[in-house]
Design a binder for this molecule. Sequence first.
Ligand code: F6R
Length: 357
Amino acid sequence: EKGTYPHFMLKEIDEQPIVMRKIIQEYQDDNGQLKLDQDIRTAMKDADRIYIIAAGTSYHAGLVGKEFIEKLANIPVEVHVASEFSYNMPLLSEKPLFVFISQSGETADSRAVLVKIKELGHPALTLTNVPGSTLSREANYTMHLHAGPEIAVASTKAYTAQIAVLAILAVDTARVKGLELDFDPLQELAIVANAMEVLTDQKEELEQLARDYFGTTRNAFFIGRSTDYHVAQEAALKLKEISYIQAEGFAGGELKHGTIALIEEGTPVIALTTQENVNYSIRGNVQEVVARGANAMVVSMKGLEQDEDAFVIPHVHELLTPLASVIPMQLLAYYAALHRDCDVDKPRNLAKSVTVE
Ligand code: F6R
């Protein structure tokens, strides 16, 4: 039940620090070490390439997961939109492992891929919020997201849970493979949980920003580079699905290759910057759109901020910044939808789990 909350979405946004702490607890043994099924460890260790299959927000979490697994566990990863996979089936490696990411565990597009790869005899691991769901039962292995029921159609806490569990999976695999790491995911996720609390306490500021930037606009652009680009895509999806504002997430460097033609006087452009190596370039993109009349908002991370930034998120480990930077994006979408009198929890034309292909 939503208790004192006006909407499930707002409640679920607020639950994210609790979900992080739950994940830390569930994936930790009595000695404070990572706890994972031995079978999953073996499957990850044996894989020469990982194919992540997902849809929508879960696909966006997969894009972040690819970075973790490649950077930390040193295994090549491809991320595929489930509905596209079978049209152009990639050339598979010799020992592929398929990782399905699905909040509901019922997404038909993902299930179609699972059926197909099982016929080919390949192993599958499902990351889901619903153990016992179709994708969980039909895969060889399951990792539980522990996010608790997600009722609002717009996915929020499942996205951050997916990213947290992917970080744990990547680090665990690295350890099993004997790779040296100076990244303790449980410790860093605890820092994230605290940062999330700070962020969910800033509703008034974000409500005002939503009013200023999305009050009457017909479209909006989110830009980022590297990890921030993945969050820009998720931010755009959140905004469009509940507020019906046409929104797109772009790689900062791609602006000049076409999208910048759409910038007019007052067009909202939200730029994310949480990575030191892109901070300079993305700010260059902001100047380019401002010169063409955009109403730009910079959301940066502590340590990289400048005076004119509209919003600054607390400092978290550079690999885990999506877990913090997505929170203001979720709240901006929520308040934009609220101000436009949209049905936040049940947006038009959408269902919580998409069980048709
Ligand atoms: C967006 C959203 C959808 C789902 C997508 C996949 O907020 O909820 O894009 O992420 O339909 O659903 P699952 O994760 O249940 O497979």
